[in-house]
Design a protein around this ligand. Structure first.
Ligand SMILES: Cc1cc2nc3c(=O)[nH]c(=O)nc-3n(C[C@H](O)[C@H](O)[C@H](O)COP(=O)(O)OP(=O)(O)OC[C@H]3O[C@@H](n4cnc5c(N)ncnc54)[C@H](O)[C@@H]3O)c2cc1C
Length: 439
């Protein structure tokens, strides 16, 4: 499709707005007023199941011809531009798209990696498979022995005829309990140096031998999992990219991940969380602080100079965040910045989100730490505070982002390493604790 064939953004936005008004759930819509509920009831499925709801919402968007706005038409997408994506997100304001958070990783990280490295068959099958709402994907990267040193994975894949047999363990898998497929990094050559002996596989989560154990977090949620692979067999054609060159694939997956987390992905469709107030500008936790003003009023602090300063700081962070993403993403698309510059976004976004949580906590005061049972607002802020550090760990820790920026963007000397040139089997490492599964 040439750029002149692409639908003008104004026409697209009008078409999208009409579709959204007729087919998507308004925030707060319940029962028969909610198109997702209606669809699930008509299909004889449980309308209370949040995974089925997310999949039904995605299916409605696909059926309407709005799924995968920036994905190629050949694989079920719409072949449009990031400007169309921004118009779609604007048109969605006031509608409950929160379920699509379950597809965030799939859309923003896994999909672009399959587009880049997948065979034609893999692209046809898997891109369409998630655009239709059928499959949610997860990432099997981190291991109990460590997450930062991804090239040091101990999970192994051994070839047996037309199959690979995978053994080992992965951990901290977001959405591990709801995933249908996982992109899994495993060691395929123990005699090569660590970066040259790993490969990436597309693994059905419900494969025999793959046990998924939910982990409970400090905020009470169980969205994280540890997986144990015991002789998990997958067909040989589930390898993605070149054998033993999984480092290239995994590195690109992480670039897409940091872009997505930092708000610079052209593929991640829909805000990850709805604004708390549907009329509010912005998206999710970094949205403009109208709700902070409201909070300050409710706590009787609206005239307090310190509180006003904190609200202004949150507002500034939200503004910078909303402008940094598109700016850095554009610079990367034009080649002005190299792909690892996505780490700028990730670093800023996670630091700013922590600060935003601290500010909410400070303005919210005591009820944010000890809330009444029916005070859902304070509860949500208090639990958010408990989880605030997560953003500085996921997708590579803050220290790792700083290493990437210094080495791969600014060209400073690389961190010394003694384990990159020798066969991996000679490298000292922890052992995989597959025998002590939590019960
Ligand atoms: C909310 C959340 C979601 C996640 N989702 C997933 C997921 O879906 N899939 C998945 O596979 N993993 C996931 N993770 C795991 C995450 O990728 C790892 O926690 C992360 O890579 C760090 O690994 P680690 O916890 O093993 O810490 P380690 O790698 O053991 O690091 C420990 C500390 O040492 C520091 N450090 C390590 N190496 C260096 C270095 N070279 N220079 C300077 N400092 C260093 C780190 O910054 C850290 O402070 C998630 C984590 C979180 C918090």
């Amino acid at each position: 499709m040439s750029t002149t064939d692409i639908e003008p953004v104004e026409d697209f936005q009008a078409r999208a707005a009409a579709f959204i008004a007729a087919n998507l759930p308004r925030i707060g819509a319940t029962g028969g007023d909610n198109p997702v509920t209606r669809r699930l009831v008509a299909e004889g499925k449980d309308p209370g199941d949040h995974v089925l709801r997310a999949k039904a919402l995605q299916a409605i968007i696909y059926d309407g011809g709005f799924a995968g706005l920036c994905y190629p038409v050949a694989y079920g997408g719409q072949g449009l531009t990031p400007t169309h994506m921004a118009a779609w997100n604007r048109a969605c304001r006031g509608y409950d798209m929160s379920g699509l958070g379950l597809f965030g990783m799939t859309y923003g990280m896994i999909g672009p990696t399959i587009l880049e490295f997948g065979t034609e068959e893999q692209k046809q099958r898997h891109i369409r498979g998630f655009l239709t709402g059928e499959n949610i994907w997860v990432q099997f990267l981190s291991e109990p022995t460590g997450g930062s040193d991804l090239a040091g994975v101990l999970t192994r894949a051994d070839r047996d005829g037309d199959e690979w047999i995978i053994n080992g363990s992965k951990i901290w898998t977001s959405l591990g309990d709801v995933g249908d497929y996982g992109m899994c990094v495993a060691r395929t050559n123990w005699d090569a140096p660590k970066h040259s002996g790993i490969s990436v596989f597309l693994v059905p989560v419900h494969s025999p031998g793959l046990e998924v154990q939910p982990l409970r977090l400090s905020n009470g949620s169980t969205g994280f999992c540890q997986e144990f692979f015991t002789d998990v067999r997958i067909p040989a054609d589930h390898l993605i990219g070149t054998l033993n060159d999984g480092w290239t694939v995994a590195s690109r997956l992480l670039v897409h991940e940091r872009n997505s987390v930092g708000g610079g992905s052209e593929y991640w469709q829909a805000p990850p969380t709805p604004p708390r107030n549907p009329d509010e500008e912005g998206e999710g936790i970094m949205s403009a602080p109208a709700n902070l003003v409201d909070l300050a009023r409710r706590r009787g602090k609206a005239d307090d100079p310190r509180t006003r300063q904190l609200v202004a700081e949150a507002h500034t962070l939200a503004k910078v965040n909303s402008q940094l993403g598109p700016r850095v993403a554009r610079a990367m698309r034009l080649g002005v910045l190299p792909p690892p510059a996505g780490s700028f976004l990730k670093l800023f976004n996670s630091s700013a989100a922590i600060r935003r949580n601290d500010i909410e906590f400070a303005i919210g005061g005591t009820p944010t730490a000890i809330w009444e049972t029916d005070d859902r607002d304070s509860r949500s802020r208090g639990l958010g505070f408990l989880m605030r550090q997560a953003g500085s760990i996921l997708s590579g820790t803050t220290e790792i982002q700083k290493n990437i920026i210094s080495e791969r963007v600014l060209g400073l000397p690389r961190e010394p390493a003694t384990d990159t040139k020798v066969p991996f089997r000679e490298v000292k490492h922890n052992t995989m604790p597959t025998g002590d599964r939590p019960r």
